[in-house]
Write a protein that binds this ligand. Structure first.
Ligand SMILES: [Zn+2]
Length: 247
């Protein structure tokens, strides 16, 4: 079967969409992304994007599966407790889509040389500010697109920064570093599994659209509430006092 027939048979339901084409599917196969944090957000995001036909995914997470993860990190099972999350996800994805190449990194992202795991789009699925701020800085300095998501309680938020060389609006512009950046952890604030999946689905959708030049709401924040089931969108304006703003 040639590549086009193989793509059509596998991704038929995507390709017949009005705003999606066989060319888009071919484009996705050439894309490489990096997902930092492979827990409640990163595990469904990586599986959705691999299943959608992205060609290469780098997974970064030092953590092993714990029993307390299973209520929200639904791609892990009881038998996986004690295994590295990135290894479990790699096994799952390779069985799901053998055309998706997975590379795993079992360290904290800020302990690895950025050049080793960077790609054209970096997805922050972490649950801590140290990772978010260090990724934002690296992506801003390297002009790499950065999509950050987080969940706390019944609230989630997703924002995509293009980090173009002639325009500055970054995570730090909207959330200036303040106080103890090692505070906060989604396990500490409590969270429901479907809330995390909801945010992960939106982050996956934004990623697919952006990679195919179909996403216009960059430099905007989407705030999701699973309490009243609403999504609100606001533009993130450049902050002239942001320490990363060199323009
Ligand atoms: Zn900034």
């Amino acid at each position: 079967m040639d590549i086009n027939n193989s793509l059509v048979s596998r991704f038929y339901s995507q390709i017949i969409l009005e705003d999606f084409s066989l060319q888009d599917q071919e484009e996705l196969l050439k894309k490489e992304i990096t997902i930092i944090g492979c827990g409640g957000l990163g595990s469904p995001v990586s599986v959705y994007l691999a299943a959608s036909g992205i060609g290469k995914i780098n997974l970064v997470d030092p953590d092993k599966v714990e029993i307390r993860n299973l209520h929200r990190q639904v791609f892990f099972q009881e038998k996986d407790v004690g295994r590295h999350k990135v290894d479990v996800l790699q096994d799952h994805i390779e069985k799901l889509n053998s055309h998706c190449k997975i590379t795993v990194f079992k360290q904290k992202s800020w302990e690895i040389n950025f050049d080793k795991y960077k790609s054209e789009m970096m997805l922050d699925c972490s649950d801590n500010f140290r990772t978010k701020y260090s990724l934002n800085e690296a992506c801003t300095n390297n002009n790499i697109s950065f999509c950050s998501a987080s969940v706390s309680g019944s609230d989630g938020q997703i924002a995509l920064f293009t980090n173009k060389s002639d325009y500055h609006s970054c995570y730090n512009c909207f959330f200036p570093e303040d106080g103890d950046i090692d505070a906060n952890d989604c396990a500490e604030s409590g969270v429901l599994g479907p809330t995390v999946s909801l945010v992960a689905s939106i982050q996956s959708l934004i990623t697919l659209k952006y990679l195919l030049n179909k996403f216009n709401d960059t430099e905007s924040i989407f705030r999701v509430s699973s309490k009243d089931l609403t999504i609100k969108k606001n533009k993130i304006l450049p902050n002239t006092s942001c320490r990363l703003n060199k323009l």
